[in-house]
Ligand binder design. Structure first.
Ligand SMILES: [Zn+2]
Length: 190
């Protein structure tokens, strides 16, 4: 607690805005606290070093040139937006095609029945062809459905596995934070 206050006063000292009673308090604390004493002399040394460094002027029109460069950069939000939109579009097309394929596969018997019923002799060869291909279509669509469900199950397993790993990682992070916080508290209390 005292060291935290001392740290704040040190920052004020570096900025040259430390009031006299604060300076007296800081002086007293530094005489008692080895940790803050070290910090203070380190900061003081750094400030001294900076003060000795030569100042140089920024080149002419520096600010305008930087701002012009920034204006030339593509807006990051717009970039992610268009990428996201493209990604959604691809997924959308994929799902519509998949749904159409499944619908056709599921209703192929009805289509064949409709063809053989109404088209009569003219379309009979086509109906026969479709009927003979029907077994193959059934096999392929069953295979597709099976693979698809296996694929989805695997994705689900992968993500639930990932969730567990993420939870463990987050738990470890929180634990490390707590340990660090406690250590810091013990250190500053010294
Ligand atoms: Zn201290």
């Amino acid at each position: 607690m005292e060291c935290e206050k001392a740290g704040g006063y040190m920052m004020k000292y570096m900025d040259g805005v430390l009031a006299e009673p604060e300076a007296l308090w800081l002086n007293k604390h530094i005489l008692q606290c080895e940790h803050c004493k070290e910090d203070f002399f380190l900061y003081d040394h750094i400030m001294e070093h900076f003060a000795k460094m030569p100042l140089c002027d920024a080149p002419a029109n520096f600010e305008e040139r930087v701002m012009a460069r920034i204006r030339l950069l593509p807006a990051p939000a717009a970039l992610t937006d268009s990428l996201e939109r493209a990604f959604c579009g691809i997924w959308g097309v994929f799902f519509v095609l998949m749904a159409l394929g499944l619908l056709l596969g599921m209703s192929k018997d009805a289509v064949i029945a409709w063809l053989s019923e109404r088209a009569g002799l003219a379309l009979a060869p086509l109906a026969a062809l479709m009927a003979s291909a029907s077994d193959d279509v059934t096999r392929v669509s069953n295979l597709f459905l099976m693979n698809m469900s296996q694929f989805l199950t695997r994705i689900w397993q992968f993500f639930s596995g990932l969730q567990v790993i993420l939870l463990i990682a987050m738990g470890l992070l929180i634990l490390v934070q707590i340990v660090l916080y406690k250590k810091d508290k013990v250190d500053t209390a010294k």
